[in-house]
Design a protein around this ligand. Sequence first.
Ligand code: PRT
Ligand code: ZN
Length: 226
Amino acid sequence: TARGRDRLRIAIQKNGRLGEPARALLASAGLAWCESRDKLFCHGESLPVDLLLVRDDDIPGLIADGVCDLGIVGRNVLLEQAGEREEARRPASSREWRALGFGGCRLSLAVPEAWDWQGTAQLAGKRIATTYPNQLRAWLRAQDVQADVVVLSGSVEIAPRLGQADLICDLVSSGATLAANQLKPVVDILYSEAVLAGPVQPIGDARAELADLLLRRIDGVLRIRD
Ligand code: PRT
Ligand code: ZN
């Protein structure tokens, strides 16, 4: 699929929390685009680097399939899909190349405020609602705790009140959403931020040089921001 392309393709979030900061980072790295009307594909004007604007969940798969060379996505999404592939015994297909310093959040366990939290042993036999089952299961295994993982596709924070689960495992940034749902964070299982994702194997053709150039420029921008 990636064969015969001499332009680099980067997938970023079309909307959402990471779309704008990802564009800003790439613009600071010297990229410029002519945004097309449908805005799904943006042809790069300053360098042969094009943008694909997609849902964040699609980014790891686009890299895996070779449709895109690089992507900007939350570490939480990248690791969740990596866990899914591992579960299915499929080889890893993308990995974190750089942490980008924006989109910071934690994947945390949160319990009803009334709970007297004693520690992870308290989770035994409990039902935990999440949209991140692979990371939660891996963490539970590492803690040697047996709990039921209730996989939801959204609105996780309301699950305890609806009786679907006893507690949740979800992304937290300010904590306002948890507080609004009478929940409190008790354990962080992952520190996440936006990352530059790329293939596990180095890019092996003419685009490698382009990727190197872009990486050097991104590193320069990140150094200045620090
Ligand atoms: O449409 P698309 O599928 O592309 O977007 P999305 O809705 O799946 O993702 P989006 O835009 O919400 O988030 C993109 C990425 O931003 C996530 O994968 C994280 O890496 C990162 N990020 C950073 C967050 C948050 N902070 C965050 N607070 N993603 C989600 N949240 C949610 C959280 O799930 C909870 O519902 O915000 C709520 C909590 O926020 P606080 O501030 O109340 O704690
Ligand atoms: Zn999404």
